[in-house]
Design a protein around this ligand. Sequence first.
Ligand SMILES: Cc1ncc(COP(=O)(O)O)c(C=O)c1O
Length: 462
Amino acid sequence: MSLEIKELFAEREAERYALHTRYLNEQMVRVLKTIGFDKRYQRGAGQYLYDPQGGRYLDLLSGWGVFAIGRNHPTVRDTLKAVLDSEFPNLVQMDVSALAGVLAERLLRYVPYLDKAFFTNSGTETVEAALKFARAATGRAGIVYCSHAFHGLSYGSLSLNGDQIFRSGFGPLLPECIEIPFDDLDALDRALASEKIAAFIVEPIQGKGVTVPGDDYLRGALDLCRKHGTLFIADEIQTGLGRTGRFLAIEHWNIEPDMVLLSKSLSGGQVPVGALLTRKWIFDKVFDRMDRAVVHGSTFAKNDLAMAAGLATLEVIESERLIENAAQTGARLLATFEKMAQHHELVKAVRGKGLMIGVEFGAPQSLTLKASWNLLETASSGLFCQLIVIPLLKDHKILTQVAGHANHTIKLLPPLIISDADCDWIERSFETVIADAHHVPGAIWTLGRTLVDNAIRARASG
Ligand SMILES: Cc1ncc(COP(=O)(O)O)c(C=O)c1O
C-alpha cells in the first residue's frame, strides 16, 4: 500500500496557510498575506508555476536559486526514478559510494586545478566544512568575510553573515571572524597582515544587492591571500553552475581559488546536495590518518539520490547549453534594464552577470515623487521595492523579490532555461510597472499608502 500523496496534496493544499499558521511559521504567512503573495501554486514545470485556475507565473526567484534547470526537469525525474527502481546499496556507510565517485570526477573536471570533493546536504553545511578544512589545513583560527555577505544561517556560516538582522539574538557566534568591506583590497590586506587568518571567504558576486566587484578585486584578493598564507574560498553556492554565464563566476576573472563551494542548483531542484571542491593537500590535512577517516561528514551526505540528481543536473546544463543561454538572455535583459534606467528616474542602477541581475531603485529628483518616496522610506526602509514586486505578481504574474532586508534592489534569478518569449514578458511587465510608479497620484502610490499604514500598525502592535 502506498501513501496516496497526490490525493493528499489535492485534498489539503487549500489549507496550506491555515496549517502553517497553526503548526509552522505564522510570521511567514502574515508576510505573504500582507503583500498578496498568498497564491496557492499547484504545479511547477520549467520556469513556470501554475495556480488552480491554470494561471501561469514566471518564476524569477527559482526557489532562491535552486532551479537553474527549471522545475521538475524530466531528465532529473527519470534519473531519480531509476535510482529508486534499481535498489542500489545506498548509504552502506562502511563502504564507499560509486555515484559519489563519479559525481566528484565530473565536478572536478570543471576545476582542473583542484583535486578533491567533499559532499554535504546543503549550502550552509558546505560552508561549515570549508571553515573546518581551512582551520585544519592552516593551523590558524581567523576567518575574514565581507560586509553584506550571505553564507548560510548555521552557527559557523552565521558568524560570516554581513547583515545584522540575521545575527541579532543568536550570539555569541564563532570567535575570530573578521568583517571587512566588500571590494576593498586595502581592508583585506590589513585584515590578513596578522598572519593568523586561515581563510578569506567571498561570494564572487554578492547575492545581497547583486553586487559585482571591480575587475581587479578578486585577482587582487587571491594575490593577497597567497602573500599572507591565507586560503581563498569562493562561495559559488548561488553563482555557480552557469548562473552568471560561466560555469563558475570566478571564471569571469580567471582565478583559481583553494576551495569552491557549490550547492543549490546541483540538486536539480529535487534532492538537497552540496559540494566542496579543494586541493589535495588541504583535504589530506583533515583526513590525515585512518582513525580520522570520518572526522568530518554527515549521515546523509553522498546518498544516491543526491549524487544522481547532481549528475543529471550537470548532464542537462551541458546538453541544453544552459550556460550559453544564461549568458545570452542575461546580456539581453541587462541591456534592456540599462535602457530603462536612462528614462526612469526611480531606477538608479542595473548590475549583474548572466541571469543574476539586480535592478536598484533610489530617491527621485522630481518633487512630488520625492515626497511619496520619503513617506514610504520613513515608514520602512526598502518598502518602495514592494510597490514594484507586488504589481509584478498581481498584474503580470511575475514572481520576484528584493535582494535583502532594507534593500532597494530587486533581484532576478530565473531558471537558466528562460526563452526570448520569457524575456519579452519580463521586459514588458517591468516597463509597465516602473512607468506606473512614476505617476503620482496613481494606483502604485495608493498601494504605497496601504503598505505604510500596515507598517505603522505592525510597529504599534509590537
Ligand atoms: C552564497 C550563498 N552561500 C550559502 C548559502 C546557504 O545555503 P543554504 O540555504 O542551502 O544553507 C546561500 C543561500 O542562499 C548563498 O546564497
